[in-house]
Design a protein around this ligand. Structure first.
Ligand SMILES: [Fe+2]
Length: 285
């Protein structure tokens, strides 16, 4: 970490120097710029000295689908993910990177795996707590979720069938409806655990916990009943906000970036009906 910190500070200092040189003829501007970047350096210096810390957030679970015992179990697990993530983050600050040379036995590797497991455990529970437990749940025909899900599945009911199937198919994990910026469509899937089968850049808009702790105590052996009842408590206002934010982010632009190709021999591959993909000639092989 200390190496990263010093190199980052050097980069910022170099950027400061460049900025000051280009504005050398303007003392007033130079003063402002120097002050601004000095402030940035100070903030960065403090920020990177700390491990990443996540604070547990308060949630009120109004759901009538789950018993108080199940809600307590969710809460305990959520807090344990927060605590574990913070501990791991702290350990990652000091663990030797040279340890990663042996991918068969590496503390660094174990910590990186557990970091994602616990971070996703926090994020998924927060998304789930927020989009569930609406005792007045209803979806209007002109609501964004109804229109988008109907558009991408043919009908809203077909989306529901698919989403429930994802919940049933997961062993221990999550049913997820997500926005894919690549296709600019909504898809259903399930995550096994917190990290398996997680599509690249998926933006979750509906999450249902289908770990055993979420349903087995209240619906022993009947996950379908749990899913049916859970879907009647989805907070569609939250889902609509997520959809609008996901679409407004225009993350599909990440795929539209093309490399600048200089004097190298260019090779252009056209795949299907999509945009041409340019790759470097000799360098790209
Ligand atoms: Fe849970």
């Amino acid at each position: 970490m200390s190496t990263d910190k010093s190199s980052l500070q050097n980069i910022i200092k170099e950027a400061v120097s460049n900025v000051l040189q280009t504005s050398e003829k303007n003392d007033v501007q130079r003063g402002k710029t120097s002050s601004l970047v000095s402030s940035l350096v100070a903030k960065t210096k403090n920020a990177i000295r700390e491990a990443v810390i996540v604070m547990p957030r308060p949630f009120v679970m109004k759901s009538e689908v789950q018993s108080p015992t199940t809600k307590e179990n969710h809460e305990k697990l959520y807090k344990s993910y927060v605590d574990s993530f913070n501990k791991i983050s702290s350990k990652l600050d000091t663990v030797a990177r040279s340890d990663a040379d042996n991918s068969n036995d590496s503390d660094f590797r174990r910590l990186k795996i557990d970091e994602v497991h616990n971070m996703n455990g926090v994020k998924l529970h927060e998304l789930y707590f927020t989009n569930t437990g609406d005792l007045n749940s209803e979806i209007r025909a002109d609501a964004v979720p109804f229109m988008r899900l109907g558009r991408d599945w043919g009908t809203f009911d077909r989306w529901q069938l698919d989403y429930r199937a994802c919940g049933m198919a997961a062993r221990e994990g999550w049913a997820v409806c997500y926005y894919d910026p690549y296709k600019q469509q909504y898809f259903n899937t399930f995550f096994e655990g917190h990290t398996l089968h997680l599509p690249l850049m998926c933006i979750p808009v509906i999450i249902t916990d289908v770990w055993h702790h979420a349903w087995f105590y209240d619906f022993p052996g009947d996950k379908m009943e749990y899913l049916n009842k859970s879907m009647r408590e989805i907070n569609w206002n939250v889902v609509e906000m997520r959809m609008l934010i996901a679409e407004m982010a225009k993350l599909q632009q990440l795929y539209a970036i093309q490399p600048v190709i200089g004097s190298e021999k260019e090779r252009v591959i056209t795949l299907g009906s999509g945009p041409p993909v340019e790759v470097m000639g000799d360098k790209g092989q």
